[in-house]
Write a protein that binds this ligand. Structure first.
Ligand code: HEM
Length: 206
């Protein structure tokens, strides 16, 4: 029986690895007024940056090449909702599954934008870096205590990296399971079954 992949276990393991503890999650909450005050500006900045580069801009264009303002506004709201939600980040069973679903939306384009393909994973990484920088700037500017700003920024960095790990896991094409060691005896294709492609690569059947 294959093992279902343990996303909460993975999150707990990495939280321990980076040393993310409850006091840091509390710090994110207690300084959240600074982030909430600037959440819309931060998400606007992320999207302005997307529009600067053709490879990210193309996800927000209409067929005639003009910016699809409605879509852009909806996407800004999604990102702002995600950012506000991250203030309540929890190392629990639900959080990683929700992040995984968000990752899959980016890696597996739905039919209405299938022609655009996946959002390249490098832009997921780069966006996270952009957001980390924006958060650090906001915390530095809004909090009177620079030590507090630095510690809050460190806590955010950990939370965002743990989310990035799972967002990128949405880019693998299969959920890892234990290796299957035995051929299904009821499978008509035996262990030597080869695809047409394999046969063609070997020179065809004749
Ligand atoms: C830190 C990285 C990112 C985060 C946290 C993020 C977050 C989100 C969230 C929460 C949604 C809504 C998902 C849903 O409806 O279930 C979304 C949708 C979307 N995002 Fe992102 N996003 C990120 C990076 C990007 C990048 C780099 C692009 C492209 C340049 C992008 C383009 C989109 C698009 C096109 C959708 C709509 C998906 C659809 O067709 O339903 N996102 N994003």
């Amino acid at each position: 029986m294959p093992e279902i992949y343990d996303w909460p276990g993975r999150l707990r393991q990495l939280a321990e690895f980076v040393g993310l503890d409850q006091s840091e999650l509390d710090l994110i909450k207690s300084t959240s007024f600074a982030v909430l005050k600037n959440a819309d500006d931060m998400t606007a900045a992320v999207y302005d940056n997307f529009l600067r580069f053709p490879e990210t801009r193309r996800f927000f264009l209409e067929a005639d090449g003009e910016i699809d303002e409605d879509r852009l506004t909806r996407r800004k709201h999604s990102l702002a909702r995600w950012l506000r939600g991250s203030i309540d980040f929890k190392i629990d069973a639900d959080y990683p599954v929700r992040v995984l679903a968000t990752g899959i939306v980016h890696s597996h384009p739905p039919s209405h934008r299938a022609h655009l393909g996946s959002i390249p994973s490098r832009f997921m990484v780069a966006s996270m870096s952009f957001i980390q920088t924006a958060l650090a700037d906001v915390l530095w500017a809004e909090l009177d205590d620079p030590d507090l700003a630095m510690r809050a920024s460190i806590a955010w960095n950990k939370v965002l990296m743990l989310q990035l790990d799972i967002l990128l896991a949405g880019y693998v094409s299969e959920t890892p399971t234990e290796p299957v060691s035995q051929q299904n005896p009821e499978d008509p294709a035996g262990p030597d079954a080869r695809t047409d492609v394999t046969r063609l690569e070997e020179g065809g059947d004749d």
